[in-house]
Write a protein that binds this ligand. Structure first.
Ligand code: PMT
Length: 224
């Protein structure tokens, strides 16, 4: 009964990194490959969902039966996410969104000044996409990720509460064999009601299991 579990449901997933421009040829970004989010999109589509994948810059091809929206910066991703989240049943934030962006983006390539040994780039806060999605009324069933290097479970639970999420998927990104830009992951899923550990496995296999867990929790929330 896993096929068609999400028939007709609208699922919006963010994936990949964001790029925050410094000047026309430089940016701040991170190591996210998009694999986790793309695997979730593929798994949700297999379950019959109508999937919109809002993707930062990645090397990946979109999965079958998934409609992909390409974005670059956190500001772009925020705009696309808010537009699609309003009609979504389930929203999953797998993207590694930059928390800050340069306050000023130079319109021409920054040049070294003679004698200059340091330069300062002031960063300002980006919108918190998933927190803004979770603040919608009505809101989609909202699932976040927590990428942590220490106190993984505690910080994940804090984010679940602070961002008013329905569920959070915690990964320990201090381990190089899982998390950012690897083929595998190992996660713990926290909700108000329970905690489920998913052992080390490929992101494709894990995504299928996570979509089942999300579909179950979504169904229970609908039934309440
Ligand atoms: O892309 P891969 O190489 O496959 O790697 C997968 C991954 C490690 C990127 C993924 O599993 C993961 O953990 N994604 C979330 C990364 C992250 O930015 O986590 P965070 O703990 O900083 O953010 C918590 C949640 O808030 C996330 O759902 C994030 O998408 C969301 N967020 C964060 C900041 C922001 N401004 N807006 C957001 O929506």
């Amino acid at each position: 009964d896993t096929i068609n579990r999400l028939n007709g449901k609208r699922v919006v997933i963010t994936a990949g990194p964001t790029r925050e421009a410094i000047d026309p040829v430089r940016y701040l970004s991170n190591e996210s490959s998009g694999k986790m989010g793309y695997a979730l999109a593929a798994a949700a589509a297999i379950c019959g969902a109508e999937v919109t994948l809002i993707s930062g810059p990645t090397q990946l091809t979109p999965p079958q039966n998934v409609s992909r929206i390409n974005v670059i910066s956190a500001t772009d991703m925020h705009e696309a996410a808010m537009a699609y989240a309003e009609k979504a049943d389930i929203f999953i934030g797998a993207a590694a969104v930059a928390d800050f962006r340069p306050e000023h983006v130079a319109s021409t390539k920054l040049k070294k000044k003679i004698g200059e040994e340091a330069m300062v780039i002031k960063l300002i806060k980006n919108p918190d996409i998933i927190a803004n999605v979770a603040a919608l009324t009505p809101k989609p069933f909202t699932v976040g990720f927590a990428a942590e290097t220490n106190n993984v479970d505690q910080y994940a639970r804090d984010k679940l509460t602070r961002k008013h999420l329905d569920m959070i998927i915690a990964n320990d990104v201090s381990r190089s064999e899982i998390g950012f830009n690897s083929e595998h992951n190992e996660v713990t899923v926290f909700s108000e009601y329970d905690e489920i550990h998913f052992p080390h496995q490929s992101k494709d296999r894990l995504a299928k299991a996570l979509i089942q867990t999300i579909a179950n929790a979504f169904q229970s929330a609908m039934d309440r």
